[in-house]
Design a protein around this ligand. Structure first.
Ligand code: DX5
Ligand code: ZN
Length: 228
């Protein structure tokens, strides 16, 4: 398990005209600093929404030293994900529902210097993908249907978190367990108790008056409710 809970603000809920400043607001040294910045790439095919792509991510990477966590909600990640790794993203997550050859994809992402992440939608079971996950560094459990910020947390997905936590703690998998969707002060404790390492939070951070303080408060709350 990571030494302390990781908080990854999602810029999906930030002001897109001021992305550099919005990231800087959670990049000051200390408790208010984000561990990762979560960037949601959507292609209007895999999900019914369109956000941003590689050129914007390349600019963001130049503007911050906070590790960038790219969540690719796109078709054909086998073709497109590598560019984000080559650009210098810390972690590149693809969807298992979209990847044709997720094992080869993970190897390519790692060879390009990134951590490889695999995401599963709320309705996707974990068990069929356990062998594949041996090749990955991060498991992103979606706790909303991917596509939009500000949706309600789906507690049923925590069974998948518990399974992943157990497999990591017993040495069968080596993964950062990340959760994405509906994480806020009302939901982070149950996710922490289930064994999440890294918490994505969009509206709970960028909807707050002070995004940095929201990062610190969420981390503190998660730390008090950690599994084990
Ligand atoms: C949804 C995205 C999330 C989103 C989370 O498809 O993957 O990262 O930004 O937003 P909140 O925290 O508001 O649910
Ligand atoms: Zn996301």
């Amino acid at each position: 398990m990571a030494e302390r809970p990781l908080i990854a603000p999602s810029i999906l809920s930030a002001d897109f005209a001021r992305l550099g400043e919005e990231i800087a607001a959670v990049a000051h040294p200390g408790e208010t600093r984000a561990d990762w910045v979560h960037v949601d790439v959507m292609d209007a095919h895999f999900v019914p929404n369109l956000t941003l792509g590689l050129p914007v991510v390349e600019s963001l990477l130049k503007s911050t030293d906070v590790p960038v966590d790219c969540h690719l909600m796109i078709d054909d990640p086998d073709r497109w994900a590598i560019g984000y790794a080559e650009a210098g993203a810390y972690n590149v997550t693809v969807h298992v529902e979209a990847a044709a050859n997720p094992v080869k994809l993970a190897k390519n992402l790692r060879a390009a210097g990134a951590k490889a992440g695999l995401s599963i939608k709320p309705g996707t079971p974990l068990e069929p993908h356990l062998e594949t996950l041996k090749h990955y560094d991060t498991l992103l459990v979606m706790s909303v249907e991917p596509g939009f910020g500000g949706q309600s947390f789906m507690p049923d997905v925590l069974d998948k978190v518990r399974t992943a936590r157990r497999l990591v703690d017993t040495g069968h998998l080596k993964l950062v367990v990340e959760i994405d969707g509906g994480i806020n002060a009302d939901t982070i404790e149950q996710a922490a108790e289930a064994g999440v390492d890294c918490f994505v939070a969009g509206s709970a951070v960028y909807g707050a008056q002070d995004p940095g303080k929201a990062v610190a408060a969420l981390r503190e709350q998660a730390a008090r409710h950690r599994a084990g």
